[in-house]
Design a protein around this ligand. Structure first.
Ligand code: 5RP
Length: 228
């Protein structure tokens, strides 16, 4: 018998995107995140869009894709609660704490996640880690505070670099900048998220422990693994 070929990372993302459809409540407004895995989820929504009343999106990029499918996108201010928020992660641990922001959408992701009863994280298995911190931690900052925040990270052993797009700093959907911080040890994600969020000039830190995932759908060569 010929062994089945190992699925590509792209196929694993498609697998978990399809699996996330089972968590949607027909007729509800859904929260939609940002990134390449979420793009697969948006593609999967095409087949069931008659069951989606509307969406709240965490980025201009996802909003554009949803609208292209004919799905109504609402302002977060017009929605009191969402049953589910579906988004990817750069890292996730066994308790659902995540590092996010690789796509620079972390602030809006945290806002939409806060509206949702359940965060459904979709990712390929490479994102599962025993402890957060290998992926550079994204932090959205007010440009005026950049040098101060870089120094504060240096004092705790981290090296922060300004994320660039070409020769200019990347500007987020909120008009701010992103620092990527290497070399941190994230032993207590809840405490570290709370502490860094207090620093003047920090808009959002990419640790999602207060808004952790309740369900994680991981794409593996042997199928979707669910952690909840
Ligand atoms: C964007 C994010 C994404 O969820 C994260 O970067 C994962 O992206 P991908 O699905 O492309 O691996 O936090 O800000």
């Amino acid at each position: 018998m010929t062994p089945s070929p190992t699925p590509t990372q792209d196929e694993l993302k498609t697998q978990v995107a399809q699996a996330a459809l089972a968590y949607l409540v027909p007729g509800d407004i859904i929260g939609v995140g940002t990134g390449s895995t979420v793009n697969k989820f948006i593609e999967a929504l095409a087949g069931i869009k008659q069951n989606v009343r509307a969406a709240v999106s965490s980025s201009e990029a996802s909003t554009e894709r949803l609208r292209a499918l004919g799905i109504t996108v609402l302002d977060a201010n017009d929605v009191e609660r969402l049953s589910v928020y579906v988004d990817g992660a750069d890292e996730i641990d066994g308790s659902g704490c995540m590092v996010k922001g690789g796509g620079a959408a972390l602030t809006r992701e945290k806002i939409v996640a806060a509206l949702a009863d359940r965060f459904i994280c979709i990712a390929d298995e490479s994102k599962l880690v025993a402890r957060l911190g290998a992926f550079p931690l994204p932090v959205e900052v007010v440009p005026m505070a950049t040098a101060h925040v870089v120094r504060r990270f240096r004092a705790m052993g981290g090296t922060a670099s300004l994320r660039m797009r070409g020769s200019a700093p990347l500007v987020t959907d909120n008009g701010q900048h992103i620092l990527d911080v290497r070399g941190l040890t994230i032993e207590d994600p809840l405490a570290m998220e709370s502490a860094i969020n207090q620093w003047p000039g920090v808009v959002t830190v990419g640790i999602f422990a207060h808004q952790r995932a309740q369900v994680c759908l991981l794409g593996t060569p042997s199928g979707v693994r669910t952690i909840q």
